[in-house]
Design a protein. Structure first.
Length: 94
């Protein structure tokens, strides 16, 4: 992801690696067989989204506090019919 941001001419935030690791470990804990990771940039902010393709109701960890501690300016989680999405927004300006 840092390579992609660099190719887009964006400054790679120090928090990127920790945020990506936390997002991925969160959705892997849901127990699905597939994980998707998405990156988008708009207005000097990066959206990083991880998708579990499965939701286990017994997986009760709230990842949002840790994402904020890692440097996300905004974050959230959403349940869909196909799994859980967990996302974080990072500032790229600086």
């Amino acid at each position: 992801m840092s390579d992609r941001l660099a190719k887009w001419g964006m400054k790679v935030p120090d928090a990127l690696e920790g945020v990506v690791r936390h997002l991925v470990s969160t959705v892997v804990a849901d127990g699905g067989r597939h994980v998707s990771l998405h990156l988008a940039e708009q207005d000097h902010q990066a959206l990083v989204l991880a998708y579990s393709h499965r939701f286990r109701p017994e997986a009760s960890e709230d990842p949002l506090t840790r994402l904020r501690e890692l440097g996300a300016v905004s974050c959230g989680t959403e349940m869909t019919e196909d799994g859980r999405q967990v996302w974080a927004v990072l500032d790229l300006a600086g």
